[in-house]
Structures are given as C-alpha cells and as structure tokens.
Design a protein. Structure first.
Length: 288
C-alpha cells in the first residue's frame, strides 16, 4: 500500500477524510511535516540494522518509515484504532519479516506487557509526546529499573526546558531531577508550530536522553521518587515544611535534614540531585 506524502498536510488530510478518520486532540496528535527535521531526529536516535527501537505514537508512520528504512527492529505503541489499521497496511512487508510490530492501546498500560514479551530492554525509545505522557512514561520506566541507552523525545518547549533545568533555576522541578538522575540530557533542535499539522499553539523542542554510565544509586528508588516529589509539592515552602508534611512529623523532618547535612530553610529548587539522594537514603533507613 502506498504511503501518503508525509510533507503534505493536504494529502495527510485527504487520507484521513477518505478513511473517515479525524485527529484526536485528546491524544495530542500532530504530524511532523518537515522531512529534514524528521531525518535529523532519526540521526540523533543513532540507529542501525542491529538496533531495537520502541516508538510511541507513530500516527501514520512518517517517523516509523525513517526508522525501518535504516534496518532497525521496531515496536510501535499506538492507541488510535484508525491509525493502527493504516500503518498495519503501510508496513505489512516489515511485519512479515518480523521487523515491525504494533502494541495496541495506551502505552502507559501496555509497555510492561510488551517488555515481558520481548524479554529485554530495547536500545532506543522515541516519540513526539504530550507532556503528561512524557512525564509519566519516563517516571514509570525508571521506577521499574528500565533505562534505555538513548531516548529522543519531541515535547513542548517549556517541558524540555524543565527536563534540562539546573538546580537554582526557575524551571528546576521534580521532573528535572527525575530525568537528570537517570540520563544526560541535551537539546537537539527547536520546532515551531509551523513544522506540524495540525499546527499546535506551542513551540516544541527535541531532546536526546543518554543513559548515565555511572548511575547515581540510592537505597530505594520508590523512596527517592516520593521524597523528591514531596520536596517540590509547594515550591514556596522550605524543605523542612514540605518534608514535615511528607513525614507527618516536624521534629523528625528537622532531625533527618540535620543528618543529611541540608539547611532546613532552603527550598527544593536549590538542592542538587545528590542532596536528594542522600536525603532519601536517610529517610529510607529511618523508616526501616
């Protein structure tokens, strides 16, 4: 089956109309119609015929096509039944050669099952993601000790700024800590709304996340994640105030901060990742 011209909004629209489909705003669907940008993103993904790749939200397969043409073994996660029916036809020859498969449904509910089926961590994770999906899938995989060698995500520019933000900056958040704990992150390129169809009202930024070789360990991942989120729960409050709420004990919060060597009057946005790792370790030991 012939593919549409992925650079032509008019042709993509025609494909949808002929098949009786429509873009689903609730799924954050926008097609990247800049061919040079698509190539640059896949270049950043750094794949070859030996690579195993997961793609989230393939849509009509513009990026899927780029990945498969480089010989990689690809699993796509797609929730839209209309898109699923079309990309099954577009990439039927790859499916028959066992180079392409689709995990149908919400990726947040299906990735663990697919991980069990494949039996190992894929080399790459790729996708053009709405913010809520990006934050949740990154947290979910890290919490389950699944870290990809490389991830390339296109997200809203403000989200990318939070992913890369340094301690002490306005954009530094619990999401920044989570991302930078597990990965080294750098921007690939910015993409204005005009690069997509339908045109979104926000600019996007692509980022590459490379798995840290020297992963900063902690005694308990779930404790660390819950602590760092709690510290940012009320940004205006001090770490003592937020920790007191988390522990339900002000005196214990002060004692633990003292053991961790952290000034109780500081705010979370000035704490380094190492500060938070140490703090979570002390809390974990105190709870045992």
């Amino acid at each position: 089956m012939n593919h549409p011209d992925y650079n032509s909004p008019a042709e993509l629209k025609q494909v949808l109309e002929i098949n009786g489909f429509s873009m689903q705003k609730k799924f954050g669907q926008n097609f990247l119609v800049n061919g040079d940008a698509r190539k640059k993103l896949i270049d950043a993904l750094d794949i070859n015929e030996n690579s195993t790749v997961w793609e989230i939200g393939p849509g009509l397969g513009s990026m899927t096509s780029e990945i498969l043409e480089r010989g990689s073994n690809l699993t796509c996660f797609e929730i839209d039944k209309g898109f699923i029916s079309l990309i099954k036809q577009y990439f039927d020859s790859y499916s028959k050669n066992n180079k392409f498969r689709i995990a149908e449904g919400d990726v947040l509910k299906t990735w663990k099952k697919q991980f069990e089926v494949e039996g190992k961590i894929p080399d790459r994770l790729f996708g053009n993601l709405p913010y809520n999906i990006a934050a949740t899938i990154i947290a979910d995989t890290i919490e389950n000790n699944v870290r990809f060698e490389k991830c390339v995500f296109t997200v809203q520019k403000e989200v990318a700024q939070r992913m890369c933000a340094k301690a002490g900056s306005q954009d530094y958040s619990s999401f920044s800590v989570l991302c930078q704990w597990a990965y080294d992150i750098k921007p690939v390129m910015d993409l204005s709304g005009g690069n997509f169809w339908p045109k979104p009202n926000v600019d996007s930024r692509a980022v590459i996340m490379t798995r840290k070789e020297n992963f900063p360990e902690c005694k308990d991942i779930k404790t660390f994640l819950s602590v760092e989120r709690a510290l940012f729960s009320s940004r205006r409050k001090t770490v003592r105030n937020n920790l007191s709420v988390y522990l339900k004990n002000n005196a214990l919060a002060v004692e633990i901060l003292q053991q961790s060597g952290i000034d109780p009057m500081k705010r979370a946005e000035v704490l380094s990742i190492n500060d938070m790792l140490k703090l979570s370790d002390v809390i974990f030991e105190a709870k045992k």
